[in-house]
Design a protein around this ligand. Structure first.
Ligand code: AMP
Ligand code: GLY
Length: 424
């Protein structure tokens, strides 16, 4: 089978690495891909939101399945585009249609969905500029800190955690009346702050059957000790030690089953990954958010632990017989250290030559913001590489991934040396 992956990050590099291992994958294409994905397939320089050109690529290369990495094309309706096109409608897309992608595309939609299906989540209310005054009144009732979320996609920047009521009032007004996050903040979800430890659980579903993939924890802040600015993710660990069988049973009963049943009862078709962002509040799981895709850099820790053939699992999603497929998960522990460009997450350095990847001993290097130029690999993005090590215990995995990251060099190179050590 010929498979096309859409995306260009470390997540897509990990998908390419995993899919290329399957005997069922004849040819793999990645659009647009990066320096790493070209080791597993053919990169095609087309953007993920350019549906018309993607159609040409799919037809020209006899693609039999499309796996969508990032959320934006899903929220923009790439799956619906395929279904409504005579030539594409029988080519399966892994990733939900627009309606299901609203679980990520609209925080208001997802909060209402959780409420309709009694899924535990922080108390919240949604406001627009028309009821800003009511919003101000609500802010005073929910306690500090206060979480403000732009309703729409805001490139991961649309969530603000306000420590004072004054700050929350100011920010709510900025979002609603001054379009702080553009259209994305024309609606704002005001939410109670959940105290606890965050983790993510991933589900693969064909809309009826589901498989619970390994749990993971990511590290969002740029600085060690979880300090400084938010990033796309500086590292990840899978599994999460405190997500034991008892906790995961609660997640399945209280969140996963109601989510799948809820989608079905509302006639929302869903074929793809569901990223369940959770807070563990004293042993009880509460929803923070849904994403309609896999996480990055969680994928880089999760996929190396899946022993089963991923093409086979995705075929089960496409054909609606995921229940007949086998999911085998390794007992080993994966740790991923993300190497970023100097300056990231602000204005960052680019086009720096990367050396030393060949010196890595006990890890796998997934490329993210890295391209090949004149036979050299150079940095092109903020998150440059994801270094993953799979070992018998967490300490060894963390130590190996960190040691291997140190063997790689480029001007301005930075990575956190404390990923996962809070879990030991
Ligand atoms: P999101 O864009 O929904 O992933 O939110 C970004 C981050 O904000 C999450 O990963 C959490 O760390 C934090 N966050 C979001 N909602 C809450 C909440 N209700 N309580 C505490 N932290 C939250
Ligand atoms: N690592 C968080 C995300 O992918 O959204």
């Amino acid at each position: 089978m010929n498979i096309l992956i859409l995306g260009s990050g470390g997540r897509e590099c990990a998908f390419a690495w995993k899919l290329a291992q399957s005997p069922k994958c004849s040819q793999l294409f990645i659009a647009p891909g990066n320096a790493g994905t070209s080791r597993y397939g053919i990169n095609i320089n087309v953007g993920v939101n350019d549906f018309a050109t993607i159609k040409q690529v799919v037809l020209a290369n006899n693609i039999n399945m499309v796996l969508v990495g990032p959320e934006e094309p899903l929220v923009r309706g790439i799956h619906d585009f395929f279904l409504s096109d005579e030539q594409l409608k029988n080519i399966p897309v892994i990733g939900p249609q627009q309606q299901g992608a609203q679980l990520e595309g609209s925080k208001d939609f997802s909060k209402q969905f959780m409420a309709r299906h009694n899924i535990p989540a922080a108390k919240s209310n949604t406001f627009t500029r028309d009821n800003l005054q009511e919003g101000f009144e609500y802010l005073a009732t929910i306690g500090l800190p206060i979480v403000l979320k732009a309703d729409g996609l805001a490139a991961g920047k649309g969530v603000l955690i306000c420590l004072t009521l004054e700050e929350a009032q100011l920010e709510l007004a900025e979002m609603l009346t001054n379009a702080k996050f553009g259209d994305a903040s024309s609606k704002v979800v005001v939410e109670q702050f959940l105290q606890g430890i965050e983790l993510s659980v991933f589900v693969l579903t064909d809309g009826t059957n589901y498989k619970v993939l390994p749990s993971a924890k990511d590290y969002k802040r740029i600085g060690e000790g979880d300090t400084g600015l938010n990033t796309g993710g500086m590292g990840s660990v899978s599994p999460v030690p405190f997500a034991d069988a008892e906790f995961l049973k609660k997640v399945e009963d209280r969140i996963i089953i109601p989510t799948i049943e809820g989608l079905k009862s509302e006639n929302i078709p869903y074929k793809g990954f569901i990223f369940i962002g959770l807070m563990n509040c004293n042993g009880d799981p509460y929803m923070i958010e849904y994403n309609c895709r896999m996480g990055d850099p969680e994928t880089e820790s999760v996929l190396p632990r899946i022993k089963s053939d991923l093409v086979d699992l995705l075929s089960g999603v496409a054909e609606g017989n995921l229940n007949e497929k086998e999911l085998i998960i390794s007992d080993k522990i994966a740790a991923t250290v993300v190497m970023v460009a100097g300056g990231y997450p602000g204005e960052y350095l680019k086009n720096k030559v990367i050396t030393g990847i060949e010196n890595v001993r006990g890890s796998h290097v997934f490329h993210a913001g890295a391209s090949t130029h004149n036979n050299e690999v150079i940095t092109t993005g903020g998150r440059v590489l994801a270094v993953t090590s799979l070992q018998d215990n967490l300490f060894n995995a963390l130590q190996q991934a960190t040691a291997d990251a140190s063997r790689i060099y480029y001007d301005g190179m930075y990575f956190r040396k404390d990923i996962g050590f809070d879990l030991l």
